[in-house]
Design a protein around this ligand. Sequence first.
Ligand SMILES: [Fe+2]
Ligand SMILES: [Fe+2]
Length: 194
Amino acid sequence: MCRGVRAHIGQQHRFAHTVRVARFADSLAQAHQQNAERARVAGMLHDLARLYPPRVLLLESQARGLIITEFERRYPVVLHAPLGAELARELFSVNDEAVLSAIRKHTVAAANMSMLDCIVYLADGLEPGRDFPERSALVELAFRDLRSAMRLTIVSSLRYLAARSLTPAPQTLAAAEAFGVSVRDQEVIAAGTA
Ligand SMILES: [Fe+2]
Ligand SMILES: [Fe+2]
């Protein structure tokens, strides 16, 4: 699988990220008594479509009958997650719905997330190649308490988007609500943009 992923991604930088996400997801799964192999496979395959140009993301998604939301039309890059799940199925014969779901939700999260979905989302956002001030605290939290780590990682990503005047995806806002992002958290996000 490793060689196939490397060939498909075709860029060392993105492939190295992929391997780090797979390893991180594996350790997180073990820490939470979840299936490490599923986590590793989802990690390895999560960014198969990450380097597709916007036009290709739209065309390839359309060709597979994926429903394209208004937000995805505006920001086609987020389509690399649902399209990635389709590619995992087609190119790597992954039929495990749990793995495909984790790939689908790794970018914008969702209101309903399984433990595996959370593990892959956190591994993608917190792998050692990421560089932001709260990363190490979030990593430590992710090994102890997945839900809290989800809540604070979503806060951190909303703050990142707000600071750059980018709109969060509706699914990310739904996830924020589902994971209990509070009014206080919202204030922290707003303060970060001031
Ligand atoms: Fe991604
Ligand atoms: Fe990624």
